[in-house]
Design a protein around this ligand. Structure first.
Ligand SMILES: NC(=O)c1ccc[n+]([C@@H]2O[C@H](COP(=O)([O-])OP(=O)(O)OC[C@H]3O[C@@H](n4cnc5c(N)ncnc54)[C@H](O)[C@@H]3O)[C@@H](O)[C@H]2O)c1
Ligand SMILES: [Zn+2]
Length: 256
C-alpha cells in the first residue's frame, strides 16, 4: 500500500519527483514496486486513482519478510502464483509439488520480478500484453471491493486474487481453453495455501456487478484475462456479469 501511495504522491508533487521504493511486504517486492503503476482505492472501489510513475530504483531485501505476518506473506504469494500461472508452467508444477513451505525467499522473489519486468518492458503502459498481469483480478477486485464495503469482512488483496484465479480458471474451462485437470491442480494448490473466503450465493450477483467498475473494460463489456493452459494467459477476453456470477457460484460450491 505504501509503494502505491508513495509513488502516487511522488508523481504529483511538483509534477513528479524522483523516488526509490524499498518494499517490505512480499506483495510489494514481487508486484507493487515493479512496473511503475500506482493505484489508490477511492469510494470503496479498487485502484480508481493512479498514474504511471517509474521509481529511480527498487531495493529488495528478503529479510524484511522475517517479521511479516504469515497471512500477509500468503497474500503476496498469490501474486507469485499468478506469475507462474500466466508465464511459467514449470515453476508452477515445481512449487505445486513442494507446497507453500519456503526457506529462502530470495530466488522466488527474483524470478517473480523478472517475469513481471519482462511483461512490463514489452508493454509499459498496458495497451496490450501487460493486461495478462490482471489474471485473477477481474473477479478478485470485485470480491475485494464488495467485502471492503462490509465492516468486519475485509480480506487482503492476495486472498481476493486467489479466489479470482480459481473463478477465472473455471471461466477458462467453460471456454474450452483450460482442462479440468489443470483447474484441479490450481484449486488444490491454492486451497492448500489460502483459507476459503466465505460469502453466500445470494451475494454473487452483487459481487459480479462490481466487475463493471474495472478499468480494463470497454463500455459495458468486461474484459478479463483467462488461461489458455497453465503458463499461458490471454487478455481482453469479454466475459459477462452472469459468467462472473456463475464462477463465484462454482467457488461457493467448493466451500462445503
Ligand atoms: N501498484 C501495483 O502494481 C500493485 C500490485 C499489486 C498490489 N497492489 C496493491 O498493494 C496493496 C497491498 O499491499 P501490501 O500487501 O504490501 O499491504 P500493506 O502495505 O497494507 O502491508 C500489510 C501490513 O504489513 C505491515 N508490514 C509491512 N512490512 C512489514 C514487515 N517487513 N514486517 C512486519 N510488518 C510489515 C504493514 O504495516 C501492514 O500492516 C493492495 O491495495 C493492492 O491493490 C498494487
Ligand atoms: Zn494484484
Amino acid at each position: 500500500m505504501v509503494t502505491d501511495l508513495g509513488g502516487f504522491c511522488a508523481a504529483l508533487y511538483k509534477r513528479g519527483i524522483r523516488f526509490v521504493q524499498v518494499p517490505t511486504t512480499l506483495l510489494a517486492q514481487v508486484d507493487a514496486s515493479v512496473g511503475g503503476k500506482t493505484g489508490i482505492d477511492f469510494q470503496n472501489f479498487k485502484n480508481q486513482l493512479g498514474v504511471f510513475q517509474t521509481p529511480a530504483a527498487v531495493f529488495i531485501e528478503p529479510r524484511f519478510l522475517n517479521t511479516l505476518e504469515p497471512r500477509q506473506l500468503k497474500s503476496g504469494y498469490a501474486e507469485v502464483v499468478k506469475h507462474w500461472l500466466i508465464a511459467d508452467a514449470a515453476a508452477f508444477e515445481h512449487h505445486r509439488r513442494t507446497g507453500f513451505f519456503v526457506d529462502e525467499w530470495g530466488p522466488i522473489i527474483h524470478e517473480s520480478v523478472l517475469t513481471k519486468e519482462r511483461i512490463v518492458a514489452a508493454d509499459p503502459l498496458e495497451s496490450g500484453l501487460r493486461k495478462v498481469l490482471n489474471f485473477g483480478h477481474t473477479v478478485g477486485h470485485a470480491l475485494e471491493s464488495y467485502l471492503l464495503s462490509q465492516p468486519g469482512r475485509e480480506i487482503l488483496h492476495g486472498e481476493a486474487v486467489a479466489v479470482g484465479m480459481i473463478c477465472e480458471s473455471w471461466i477458462s474451462i467453460t471456454r474450452g481453453i483450460l482442462t479440468e485437470e489443470e483447474l484441479d491442480k490450481i484449486e488444490t494448490f491454492l486451497f492448500s495455501v489460502f483459507e476459503k473466503v466465505q460469502f453466500v450465493t445470494l451475494e454473487t450477483d452483487a459481487i459480479a456487478e462490481l466487475a463493471l467498475q474495472d478499468k480494463k473494460n470497454a463500455g459495458s463489456t468486461i474484459n478479463c484475462t483467462l488461461l489458455e493452459g497453465i503458463g499461458n494467459a490471454i487478455y481482453d477476453q469479454p466475459v459477462s456479469v452472469d459468467e462472473i456470477a456463475s464462477s463465484l457460484r462454482y467457488y461457493h460450491r467448493l466451500l462445503s
